[in-house]
Each structure stands twice: as structure tokens, then as C-alpha cells.
Design a protein around this ligand. Structure first.
Ligand code: DGL
Length: 259
């Protein structure tokens, strides 16, 4: 089972930011990446819709023989990971906004969280916030429209900068010293975010933590691949253009007829 692939899914290209950390920390692992951009954005969907989408993605990845599944999407994790864990026997690794390290390290007592509506309204996000941010001011902003721009391949320029100004400038007024990127798509626009944020504000993302947790779980279950990696496979159920543009290396992207 060790050389079976790790399955990764997201509502599009966001999961690349997790895949890049996996590549670094687990260079031997084979990966199957499912970009469910047909159903993007997840952030505006109901919990029930997200559950159904996650179930379909999981079944698809299981049909490809994956040994572990990374839910490379904060919206899908915060809404549906317990649902998936109850349904399937396989190990799932999720991604959640890094509010714990932000809360533990803030000096100003004020942190910003940029995430989708679906994440910010989820029970899991709110439980974690309450647990770690008792005396801390959390400035939450729903990054409405950002995932759509990124899915269209837009990672800089006026339109994006205008939206970012709208979401991030109010956080700066509250003197945040940490900005949590609570959506896996947002590290792809980090350079545009940096243009607005004072240099003293630390930007937190979750890729490294996800990769570490994945390694730990694979090791505990004797599932680490000892052989040299043989392949990465990419599948997309809508346009393959943005994935092609944003991947560090040129891979073949397979279109699949799957909704
Ligand atoms: N990458 C997903 C996340 O981390 C994007 C959600 C969406 O499709 O709205 O939340």
C-alpha cells in the first residue's frame, strides 16, 4: 500500500499551495490532484452541499486507489471533515486557518483572518476561535470574489488590488500584527497582499503544518513510500487553463467529465 498515491482535492487551484509543501517534505510520495473547479467556489455553498461534494471527491479519489486524502481546502475541512471521517475508513488530513499560532504570538492582541464565508460561518472555525482567542480581537473578513479571480488566473492587477484593499485596510486600522490566510487559494496572491500590508504584519498560511501532519500520519500507519516517486497526476473537471498556468512545473492535466 505504501506506493499508492496520496489524494488531494480542492475547489480548483488552491490546493497547489498544499501540494507544494507536500512535494518538499515528502519527495517520494505519488500524488493524485483533483481540481473540482466545476463546483467552485465552495465558500458560498451550504454545509449540506459541501458535504455532498466532498463525498463525491472522496469516492473519486478512492477509485484511484489513494492511501490517504488531503482535503486541501479550508471551507471543505471546516464544514465536512468530520462527516468524511465518519463515512470512510481512510485517513483524512484537513486544512484549517492558522488562528492558534496567530493567537499565541500576537503582541498587539489583534489578528486578521481572511477566509471564505463558508469557513467563517462553520462550527469548527468558531470552536477553534473561541478556544484560542479569548482576549484577542479577531478581525474576520470574508474574501468574497477572490477565489473567482484566482480561478480565472488573476493573481495581480487593479481589480484584485481593489478587493484586497477593501478587506485588508480595515484590519490594518485595528492594528493587526498577524494575518491568517484562511483559504488555500490566498497564498497564490500573497505578493498582492504584501503590497497593502505593513511589513511588520506576519502572514500565516497552513501548507507546512499540513505536510508535517501528513508525514506523521503516514509514518504512524507504516504508509510512507520508500521507493522513489514515480508520478504526479492532475485531474480537472472544468477549464484546465489556470492550473496549467500556476503549476511550478509542466505536467499533463487530464480533463474529466465529472460534476
Ligand atoms: N481553497 C478553498 C478554501 O481553502 C476555496 C474555497 C472556495 O472554493 O470558495 O477555502
Amino acid at each position: 500500500m505504501q506506493n499508492q498515491p496520496i489524494g488531494i482535492f480542492d475547489s480548483g487551484v488552491g490546493g497547489i499551495t498544499i501540494l507544494n509543501s507536500i512535494k518538499k517534505l515528502l519527495p517520494n510520495e505519488n500524488v493524485i490532484y483533483l481540481s473540482d473547479n466545476f463546483n467552485s467556489p465552495y465558500g458560498k455553498k451550504s454545509k449540506e452541499q459541501i458535504n455532498n461534494i466532498c463525498k463525491k471527491n472522496t469516492e473519486w479519489l478512492l477509485s484511484k486507489n489513494c492511501k490517504l486524502i488531503i482535503v486541501a481546502c479550508n471551507t471543505a475541512t471546516t464544514n465536512s471533515i468530520s462527516y468524511l471521517r465518519n463515512l470512510y475508513d481512510i485517513n483524512f488530513i484537513g486544512v484549517e486557518p492558522a488562528i492558534k499560532p496567530a493567537a499565541l504570538n500576537t503582541k498587539t492582541g489583534s489578528i486578521g483572518v481572511l477566509a471564505t464565508k463558508g469557513t467563517l460561518s462553520s462550527q469548527l472555525f468558531n470552536t477553534t476561535s473561541n478556544q484560542y482567542c479569548d482576549n484577542i480581537n479577531i478581525i474576520e473578513k470574508n474574501g468574497d470574489g477572490l477565489v473567482e479571480l484566482i480561478e480565472n488566473g488573476i493573481t495581480n492587477g487593479n481589480e484584485l488590488q481593489k478587493l484586497l484593499n477593501k478587506y485588508i485596510k480595515p484590519m490594518i486600522k485595528y492594528n493587526i500584527d498577524h494575518l491568517v490566510l484562511g483559504c488555500t487559494h490566498y497564498p497564490l496572491i500573497k505578493e498582492s497582499i504584501k503590497k497593502i500590508l505593513p511589513g511588520s504584519v506576519k502572514i500565516l498560511e497552513s501548507g507546512e503544518a499540513v505536510a508535517k501532519q501528513t508525514k506523521k500520519i503516514l509514518k504512524e500507519n507504516n504508509l510512507l513510500n520508500e521507493l522513489k516517486r514515480s508520478k504526479f497526476e492532475f485531474y480537472c473537471n472544468s477549464s484546465t487553463k489556470t492550473l496549467e498556468k500556476l503549476l511550478e512545473y509542466k505536467y499533463t492535466i487530464n480533463y474529466i467529465d465529472y460534476e
